[in-house]
Each structure stands twice: as structure tokens, then as C-alpha cells.
Design a protein around this ligand. Structure first.
Ligand code: DC
Length: 240
């Protein structure tokens, strides 16, 4: 680890004047929901269809968790060490051409590392630590400067961008969500993660005020994407 480095959350510069007039904040479509509800797939495709940048904030918490575990800290029993560690974690989140990449001390984290079983087990404990949330929420808000976003997570509509008029909450039954993770080959205790994510003190998972709730238990991916795009259109957002 490189304790001398400060956390860096860099958004690769893009000309915001091309996308929106200066002083007008770019739109942010917020997509929250429990683990494995299908929100990542929906958010990625909505972003693609609109030409917006897709931001998966769960990966930021997963990257921090990977680094915490790499440093030998047990987040379930030692939240104080997680808080101290997060203040100097050399995490670099870069968005280039609509793609987010996360490095830790220069190491590019792979999807396998971000979704590994140890990270799945520990991530909700790391995400409960206020200092971790404060650092990552600041980084997430800073990304608005690069242009229109589709950002998914647990607290995007409630805490990160509560003023957004475009909020969605994507839900699915626990059976469907567990089956989805098994099909992906991951050992992921989604019910246990949801319990911790929904009951933590700092920014628990809730349905944000004003969010449109979509039950994704029995929708195809296309149907879920269309339902978000139709709703955005009805709110006056130009959609293809
Ligand atoms: O979306 P995901 O399942 O990859 O998220 C992993 C964990 O990160 C999730 O269990 C809770 C946490 N998280 C969070 O607390 N806030 C967010 N905005 C996104 C994720």
C-alpha cells in the first residue's frame, strides 16, 4: 500500500460545455435497489441508449473492500481500522468514454476481484463505515462535472443526488435475486447483504422520495430498460 497517497477520484476531463450550458448541472438518472435486482444491467443499457456515462457505485465500495482485505483488516470486527484506512486508501476512479475503471495503488481491479467471494462477504461491513461513505459520496458527486450520468447504487436518489427528478428503484423478489447470483456462479448471501445495507445507520437502502419503483422479478432486460426510458420520456427527458 502507499499510505502517502491521498484518495484520488479522477474524472477524466470531458468538455462539459458541449453537453450542457455552463451553470446547468447535467442530469443524473439515479437507480437504486437491493443486491442482484438487475439494476446494473438496466442502468448500463439505459446509459448506452441515452449516450450517458454509466457509474456503478457498488464497484467503488467493492474496490475499497478489496483494498481493506488486502491490508489484512477484518471489516466485520474492526470498523475503526476501516475508517482509518479509508482516509489514505490510494483508490483512483477514472471515467473515460463512458467507462469507469478503478485502480488501487495503480493495480487495475478486475471484475473477478471486485466480485470475489471474500469481497461479497465483507462489502456491506465496509459500506457501513461513515468515513468510507463520506469519501465515496464526494467522489460520486464530483463525477457530475463530466456530463450526464446514470448512477446506480443504494443511496444515489436518497443521499448522493436527492434533487434529481429522475429516480428509480429496481426491486425483485429474494428468490429471483438469489437465483440470479447462483446463475452467475457467485456465492453471494444477498439476503444477509440486504439486511446489513437496509439497517445500517449511515445512508441505509431505502426507496428514495419521489422514486419510480420497478418490480423486475418477471421482466426481461429489454422490458425493464423500456420502462425506465418510457418514464424518462414522460418526464420530458429527450430519449431516443
Ligand atoms: O451494487 P453492489 O451489490 O455491487 O454493491 C455492493 C455493496 O456496496 C452493497 O452490498 C452495499 C454497498 N453499496 C452502498 O452501500 N452504497 C452504494 N451506493 C452502492 C453500494
Amino acid at each position: 500500500m502507499h499510505p502517502h497517497l491521498l484518495p484520488q477520484f479522477r474524472a477524466a476531463p470531458r468538455s462539459i460545455s458541449v453537453i450542457a450550458p455552463v451553470n446547468t448541472p447535467s442530469p443524473v438518472i439515479t437507480i437504486d435497489g437491493p443486491a442482484a435486482s438487475g439494476k446494473s444491467s438496466v442502468a448500463r443499457l439505459v446509459a448506452e441508449r441515452l449516450g450517458y456515462t454509466y457509474v456503478n457505485t457498488g464497484n467503488m465500495y467493492r474496490a475499497m473492500t478489496w483494498a481493506v482485505l488486502d491490508a489484512g483488516i477484518d471489516p466485520a470486527s474492526d470498523p475503526a481500522s476501516v475508517a482509518t484506512f479509508s482516509a489514505s486508501a490510494p483508490i483512483d476512479c477514472t471515467v473515460t468514454d463512458g467507462q469507469t475503471t478503478i485502480t488501487i495503488a495503480g493495480h487495475l481491479l478486475t471484475a473477478e476481484e471486485l466480485n470475489s467471494d471474500p469481497v461479497n462477504r465483507a462489502v456491506s461491513h465496509v459500506a457501513s463505515v461513515l468515513e468510507v461513505r463520506n469519501a465515496l459520496v464526494a467522489a460520486q458527486r464530483a463525477l457530475q462535472a463530466i456530463g450526464p450520468l446514470v448512477m446506480e447504487g443504494r443511496d444515489i436518489g436518497s443521499v448522493v443526488f436527492p434533487e434529481s427528478p429522475f429516480k428509480y428503484y429496481i426491486d425483485a423478489s429474494e428468490e429471483v435475486r438469489s437465483a440470479r447470483r447462483r446463475a452467475q456462479g457467485h456465492a453471494d448471501q444477498v439476503a444477509e447483504r440486504d439486511r446489513i445495507d437496509s439497517t445500517r445507520k449511515a445512508s441505509p437502502l431505502i426507496i428514495p422520495d419521489g422514486a419510480t419503483v420497478i418490480d423486475n422479478s418477471h421482466l426481461t432486460l429489454d422490458q425493464a430498460v423500456e420502462s425506465v426510458l418510457t418514464s424518462l420520456k414522460s418526464q420530458g427527458l429527450p430519449t431516443p
